[in-house]
Design a protein around this ligand. Structure first.
Ligand code: PLP
Length: 358
């Protein structure tokens, strides 16, 4: 297997791929692949509902929340959130970087947007201190991007927003550590980093937040449509949901979110340690107190050396270490399915590259 540090779509656990392979042609002795089955049939519905039950168990989701499986990626949520919740009110956003920026731009097409805090002056290399967040108490919601995949920053704690519903984009760090869902009005995540393949977007929504949504909002863009129909209003992305089901069982087998967090801390620790002990050969991009456990961003002395690093890493079997085109540098994405062995190999490769080029 390649040492896959892709930012997304990202590595899947080998055991999950193997199980999917074993069940690919004939699912549960039905004589069919699960992707050939009716989404109204008992076998598919069993998988659909079990996937919700696994999420409920692993995230300890309290009563009053509904789990939705939607399509269109997290990017569609950037529009659905203001369409369903603004209705003349203000949406407040914490501007932490590239993905927050997209969510903000989209919301501006639908209503009033206010910025609760921004780390722009620091080129988005930190998460603003929670004590500096400033938003109207009658805001429809406060939106945060839990993990900025491109810059490599992550909220270490979440704001206590009192009566203002907190909405979070967890696309790149969902299921990577325990989460207190009761702190949120809504969370959402595209599946393709920590949950499964692309094609399904997970939404966990506090049901009482849904007020009257204008009739002009199309059926498929209304949360109430999916809520009333258990995400089966139209054909769901069944194969992706089935894969999420397998990934959740794999997480359970790793000791749930506490077990996964421990593993992730060790993995990312290996790479941050390689940076921090390099005496300046490698420099971490983001402020130490905002470092992401999922996307490690770092630089070398110049772009030429960074190009050499990428080339040499590819020759050594590493995939996806080039930073995002918008920020440059290097990035190792260490999502749940990236093995400890891959991170050990990367840390050793970094030390060797430094020995030769330092
Ligand atoms: N939000 C974050 C934090 C992301 O990392 C991404 C994708 O990388 C997105 C949103 C967009 O997700 P999608 O491609 O599912 O629309």
């Amino acid at each position: 297997r390649a040492y896959n540090f892709n930012a997304g779509p990202a590595a899947l656990p080998l055991e999950v791929l193997q199980q999917a392979q074993a069940e690919f042609v004939d699912f549960k002795d039905s004589g069919m692949s699960i992707m050939e089955m009716s989404h109204r049939g008992a076998i598919y519905e069993g998988v659909h509902n079990e996937t919700q039950a696994l999420l409920k168990e692993l995230l300890a989701i309290p009563e009053g929340y509904q789990i939705l499986f939607l399509q269109g990626g997290a990017s569609t949520q950037f529009a659905m959130i203001p369409m369903n919740f603004l209705q003349g009110r203000t949406g407040s956003y914490v501007h932490t970087g590239s993905w927050a920026d997209k969510a903000i731009k989209e919301a501006k097409s639908f209503g009033n947007v206010q910025i609760a805090a921004t780390s722009e002056a620091n080129k988005y290399m930190n998460i603003p201190a929670l004590s500096t967040l400033n938003y109207p108490q009658d805001a429809a919601y406060l939106h945060i991007t839990s993990n900025e995949t491109i810059e490599g920053t992550q909220f270490q704690q979440y704001p206590d927003t009192g009566g203002v519903p907190l909405i979070a984009d967890l696309s790149s760090d969902i299921m990577s550590r325990p989460l207190d869902v009761s702190q949120f009005g809504m969370i959402y995540a595209g599946a393709q980093k920590n949950l499964g393949p692309s094609g399904v977007t997970l939404v966990i929504l506090r049901k009482d937040l849904l007020g009257d949504v204008p009739k002009s909002v199309p059926t498929m863009f209304r949360y109430d449509t999916h809520l009333k129909n258990n995400s089966l209003y139209n054909t769901p992305p069944g194969y992706s949901i089935y894969m999420v089901n397998l990934v959740l069982k794999w997480i359970k087998g790793k000791g749930g979110l506490a077990g996964i967090e421990q593993l992730n801390r060790e993995k990312t620790g290996l790479i941050y340690n390689a940076i921090d002990t390099s005496e300046g050969f490698y420099t971490g991009c983001v402020d130490a107190d905002s470092r992401s456990m999922m996307n490690v961003t770092f630089r070398l002395a110049n772009e030429e050396l960074e190009k050499q690093f990428v080339k040499a890493s590819e020759a050594a079997g590493f995939i996806g270490l080039k930073g995002h085109r918008s920020v440059g540098g290097l990035r190792a994405s260490t999502y749940n399915a990236v093995t400890r062995e891959s991170c050990e190999a990367l840390s050793a490769f970094m030390a060797e590259f430094q020995r030769v080029n330092g």
